[in-house]
Structure formats: structure tokens, C-alpha cells
Ligand binder design. Structure first.
Ligand code: CA
Length: 361
């Protein structure tokens, strides 16, 4: 009864009743499914890994145990950057990661995680759910036998951890930095060397000097990895990740084999986690930042304006070039750009104007 009330509260009541009334084959309505979810995150990592755990827990609760998903951390079943392939070929029915990790499969996938100087979390959700973004994402992943769903958002990230001050563009040149996705391409264009490493390898790489700098997520997650022990300067803003969407990957065959109520439960659980993770980051980043500044004496710095300006110009070039890859990439780019242009005008007189007014500046 509790479960029913919960589902009804989500607007799924009619669907659940519908399947009862319509009388789906009993085997289907009662069928039980045990799935595996592979992730790109260290097991139980705060926010990201626990978000994946939360997704599995919600699905189990909402389905009354009919769909149970066992979550695997990075390297438990497959290495972190093999999650996409593992779900595509059905080694696991589900995955949790971020679309920019799969730019080797499709450059255009990166639009569905985050774009330098692109949309905030709020704007991403607007584009994905109501601006045609998710439809394009589903079309793109269908070629790989996958169904994607937004399943988490970190909000605006931090610029990253550096062992030297960034006072000019020259300081960014020659820098070997862990920075994934399009942000990495921007650094490359500036004369740096981007490296893509899974989260679990960042601390050691930074501490041993294998990389000069790294970005990860934000105060909550960066504190958890202890990155402050390996680098002194903490730069903001995260121009490269203004509102990163995390993704659930679902094997299409496995998804199609589910009865429709379990499909709805699964997709709606993803939607809950997508919003819930953003709320968690919004709650935990401020206190983590205080800890970094007061307990660990981190040197917080803002990127110089001229550096940001150059990064903004290069970002526009890098992002526009994806549109030249193929016709579908162009369609995705055009949809993203059009939504962003409109969202900018509204955000300027709503969020931005309000935040400035609140701060009195
Ligand atoms: Ca990041």
C-alpha cells in the first residue's frame, strides 16, 4: 500500500492501475528481474557512486523488489572507461557514468554531459526534458543498442587543483592536466596537454607529478579524494563543466524485455536521482568548501579575466567544430545552441540578476 501511494504521488498511478485493469500476462506483470549496473565511479563514492546506489534502491522499492539492480564500482566488473561497451554488448544491463567519457564513440555525445561555457544544471534539465535534448540523446545512443537517461547532476564544478599560480595564458600552456571532454580540447588548443583519467586515479597522478593539475568535481567530492594534500591552489569557476549531467545507460534489449510498468519505474527513478543528486551537491558543497578553506588552508583563486576570455573564445571554436563531424552532430549542436541562446537571455534577467541583487553587487 505504501508503495502504491508513493508511485501514485509521482503521477504513475494511472499507469500501474492500467496494467492491472488491462490484465497483462501474469508472467509479465509478476516477472522478477535481476540486473547489474556497472559504473565509472569508485564504489560508494560520495554523490556519484552513492547516486548510482540510490537509483538501484529506488527501483527496488518502487517495483516491490521485482527489479533488483546490483551496483558495481569501477573495476569490480569492468574498468571505468569500458562501461559504455559493457552495457552496449549486454555484459551488464545498466551503467552509470557521464556521456563525455564516450567521445571516442561519438563526439556529439559530449553535448549530453556538459559543454564549456554552456548550460547550467537548470538549463540542461530544461533542454533535456522539455527542449528536445533527451530525444536526440536517445536517437544517438540507439545506434549502440542503448537507452540513455539523465541520472544526476553536479551543478557548476570547480576549475581544479594546480601546483602553481595561473596568472596568465602562458601559465596554462604546457600544463599537463586531467580534464575530460570538451574542456580537454580547449586546454589542448591553448597549448596544454589534457589527460583523461578515471576519478580513482587522480590523487596518485597529481601527487606523483604524473600530471601538473587536475579538475574533479567540486568541494564535496574533491575533499573526499583529499586532492588538497596534493595541490595548493584551487581555482574557480569550472568554465569547462557548468552543470554536468550524469547518465544512466540501459541496454536496449534488456529494457524492451521489461513490462511497461517496470520501464516507467526505471525511467522515473532516473529522473528522481537526476534532481536529487543536484540537491545533494547544493547542500554539501558549501560546508565542504568551508572545511577546505579553514581546516586544510586551501588557497582559493579565481581564474584571471583575460584567461577566461581566451578560454571562452577557444571553447566556442571547439564546440562548433563538432557540428562539422556529421549531419546528426550538427543537428544536436544546433538544438543545444538554440536552447542556450534563449536560456541565456532569460537567465540574465532571472538567476543572474537575482544573485547580483542578493549580494548587493
Ligand atoms: Ca569534472
Amino acid at each position: 500500500m505504501e508503495r502504491r501511494k508513493f508511485i501514485k504521488g509521482l503521477g504513475l498511478g494511472s499507469l500501474v492501475l492500467g496494467t492491472t485493469v488491462a490484465g497483462l500476462p501474469k508472467a509479465s506483470a509478476r516477472s522478477r528481474h535481476r540486473w547489474k549496473m556497472v559504473t565509472t565511479w569508485p564504489k560508494n563514492f560520495p554523490g556519484l557512486g552513492t547516486g548510482a546506489n540510490n537509483l538501484a534502491k529506488l527501483v527496488k522499492e518502487m517495483s516491490g523488489g521485482r527489479l533488483r539492480i546490483k551496483v558495481y564500482g569501477a573495476n569490480e566488473l569492468v574498468p571505468p572507461f569500458e562501461v559504455f561497451d559493457a552495457v552496449s554488448r549486454g555484459t551488464a544491463e545498466m551503467g552509470h557514468g557521464a556521456a563525455y567519457y564516450w567521445k571516442g564513440k561519438s563526439e556529439a555525445a559530449q553535448f549530453f554531459s556538459t559543454v564549456p561555457f554552456g548550460m547550467t544544471a537548470q538549463e540542461m534539465n530544461g533542454w533535456l526534458y522539455y527542449g528536445g535534448g533527451l530525444k536526440l540523446w536517445r536517437e544517438l545512443y540507439a545506434d549502440f543498442g542503448l537507452v540513455p537517461a539523465p541520472a544526476g547532476n553536479t551543478g557548476v564544478q570547480m576549475g581544479g587543483w594546480f601546483n602553481k599560480e595561473i596568472n596568465s595564458l602562458q601559465d596554462m600552456m604546457g600544463l599537463k592536466m586531467r580534464i575530460p571532454g570538451l574542456g580537454g580540447e580547449v586546454l589542448k588548443r591553448l597549448g596544454g596537454t589534457p589527460v583523461n583519467l578515471p576519478g580513482g586515479e587522480l590523487f596518485t597522478a597529481l601527487q606523483t607529478g604524473a600530471i601538473d593539475a587536475t579538475e574533479w568535481v567540486g568541494p564535496y567530492n574533491d575533499l573526499a579524494f583529499g586532492l588538497y594534500k596534493a595541490a595548493k591552489y584551487y581555482y574557480y569557476p569550472g568554465f569547462h563543466e557548468p552543470g554536468t549531467t550524469l547518465e544512466a545507460l540501459i541496454n536496449k534489449e534488456a529494457f524492451d524485455a521489461l513490462p511497461s510498468d517496470l520501464q516507467a519505474i526505471l525511467l522515473n527513478a532516473c529522473k528522481i536521482v537526476n534532481q536529487d543528486m543536484l540537491a545533494e551537491y547544493t547542500a554539501r558543497n558549501p560546508s565542504a568548501l568551508q572545511d577546505l578553506l579553514t581546516k586544510h588552508h586551501v588557497d582559493l583563486r579565481v581564474y584571471p579575466q583575460d584567461v577566461l576570455q581566451r578560454l571562452r573564445t577557444l571553447s566556442a571554436e571547439v564546440v562548433a567544430e563538432i557540428a562539422e563531424k556529421d549531419a546528426f552532430a550538427k543537428e544536436i549542436y544546433t538544438s543545444y545552441r538554440k536552447f542556450l541562446q534563449q536560456a541565456k537571455g532569460w537567465s540574465r534577467i532571472s538567476e543572474l540578476a537575482y544573485l547580483q541583487a542578493r549580494d548587493g553587487g
